[in-house]
Write a protein that binds this ligand. Structure first.
Ligand code: GLU
Length: 492
């Protein structure tokens, strides 16, 4: 069997969005599964809309996801000669012809056709111009475009889509489409095919939004005498109202960068993308990389649209709850030393990293992460909700502050007293810290919960979390004493 060759050919006109990343992932999975190659080709022929920033964003996004490629990035603009040569070949062999119709001609014909309810396609006026007529128009300086000469055949033109099955159309319904503009620039439709032929692409896996081009491209392959690749057109990703997701209407939430910046775990996000349009027929939700590469199949990509279940203005779920759910799963269950590396990056970015966490305090660092991750959703939570474990400048949340501290004026005296007693402890253990706290509550004749909940708030800033005495041990004697002593600041 010949090598499978896949490609991801983004147009660099924006950020790498969820739909694009999913396309890249499916191509990558298929390449890995079949021992083939993935090629990254930047389709930058639209000079006005392509930007350096976008190219960098796409490359960074793929790197973050861990979607590596075997060849490229190639840039479509490097191959302009190939595109023009292909156009010349098509013209030379009679598969294309020069069309001198002006825009005004075409517009008025279109209006007339509309009025007469006649077919709207190009009426093929220039399809059979004689050599003399062409020469005459050219010497008169009339500009021309190049049109593809759709063969006059009865029967159906078609291809077998790996996802959708047989796709067919009548030859008659296909317009003699333009392949080179009057300024000499080949159209994207042609460039894309020429590049795929040169790159020996065996499988074209892309969004259904490209299907309007595919039948025309099938004709181009035939005319260029190149073997047809397999096509697989994936369903689009829509929002809950069935609208196409886009930055314009949904904002940065659809950009892959958003998830990186919000502390998603790269593999978790790939896992989410994989399920956005594919399933292996059971309810499995989590896949290791190896398993997904093994189980993925083009035939099981959904035929209907994928739904990006994003509920605007829902503060609890700032994106598709499924993406958060999958991320939580990995964050809470992944190998702790792997997590430790990811959290290190977050701590470093916030200036909270201590080299000792990788050396003499490694044990503490990993145990603490393991303890606090139970309630966390993203990597960012380690420097926000979990900040008190690494720094003194943590935020005390309003809800626990009111409920567990400000409601009990007495804490202003009780906590400094508790701090005194904690300072006397020669052993900083679960049993000792608990015994002292409970003794104080008994002496004061108050519920132990007042001390315990108050302490959680003062020491971590949070309403909930791991068991209170585990927290005290993790935070350490000195810091706990300091925070208890300073309780007065919270009342100020
Ligand atoms: N450049 C196209 C895009 O970004 C991809 C076309 C294709 O996959 O054939 O949508």
């Amino acid at each position: 069997m010949t090598e499978t060759r896949l490609r991801f050919p983004p147009s660099p006109t924006g950020y790498l969005h969820i739909g694009g990343a999913r396309t890249a992932l499916y191509n990558w999975l298929y390449a890995k599964q079949t021992g083939g190659k993935l090629i990254l080709r930047i389709e930058d022929t639209d000079g006005d809309r392509s930007t350096e920033e976008s190219i960098q964003g796409i490359i960074d996004g793929l790197n973050w996801l861990g979607i590596d490629y075997d060849e490229g990035p190639y840039f479509q603009t490097e191959f302009e000669e190939d595109h023009s040569n292909a156009a010349k070949i098509l013209l030379g062999k009679g598969s294309a012809y020069k069309c001198f119709c002006t825009k005004e001609d075409l517009d008025s014909k279109r209006e007339a056709a509309l009025a007469a309810k006649a077919p709207l396609g190009y009426d093929r006026t220039c399809r059979n111009l004689s050599v003399e007529e062409i020469a005459e128009k050219e010497s008169a300086g009339i500009p021309s475009v190049l049109r593809f000469k759709v063969p006059e055949r009865s029967g159906l033109l078609g291809y077998d889509d790996e996802i959708l099955g047989r796709i067919e159309s009548n030859y008659k319904e296909i317009d003699d489409f333009v392949i080179v503009r009057s300024n000499g620039k080949p159209l994207y439709l042609l460039c894309n095919v020429v590049d795929d032929i040169r790159d020996r692409i065996s499988h074209v896996i892309r969004g259904q939004d490209h299907m309007t081009n595919t039948l025309k491209q099938v004709l181009l392959y035939e005319a260029l005498e190149a073997p047809l690749p397999a096509f697989a057109h994936m369903p689009l990703t829509l929002d809950t109202k069935k609208a196409k997701i886009s930055k314009r209407s949904h904002g940065e939430i659809v950009a892959v960068q958003f998830y990186r910046d919000r502390g998603f775990i790269p593999w978790a996000f790939n896992n989410y993308l994989a399920l956005l349009g594919w399933s292996d027929g059971n309810d499995q939700e989590f896949y290791t990389k190896e398993q997904l590469i093994q189980d993925f199949s083009l035939g099981r990509i959904n035929k209907s649209s994928a739904i990006f279940n994003y509920r605007k203005n829902d503060p609890k779920f700032f994106t598709d709850p499924k993406a958060i759910f999958i991320n939580e799963h990995y964050l809470r269950t992944m190998d702790i030393s792997e997590l430790a590396k990811l959290v290190q990056v977050e701590l470093q970015a916030d200036g909270l990293w201590d080299d000792a966490y990788g050396a003499e305090k490694k044990q503490w660092y990993e145990t603490t992460l393991d303890m606090i991750r139970e309630r966390f959703h993203t990597l960012k939570d380690f420097t926000t909700l979990g900040r008190a474990y690494f720094a003194d400048d943590f935020i005390v949340e309003q809800k626990p502050l009111k409920k567990n501290v400000l409601k009990h004026e007495g804490l202003k005296e009780w906590f400094p007293e508790l701090a005194e007693r904690y300072a006397q402890l020669s052993e900083w253990t679960l049993e000792e810290t608990e015994r002292v706290a409970r003794e104080l509550a008994t002496e004061l004749d108050i519920k132990p919960g007042i001390i315990i909940n108050g302490m959680r708030t003062v020491v971590t800033g949070q309403l909930a979390g791991p068991s209170m005495f585990d927290i005290l041990i993790a935070i350490g004697q000195e810091k706990v004493i300091r925070r208890l002593k300073n309780v007065g600041i919270l009342f100020a």
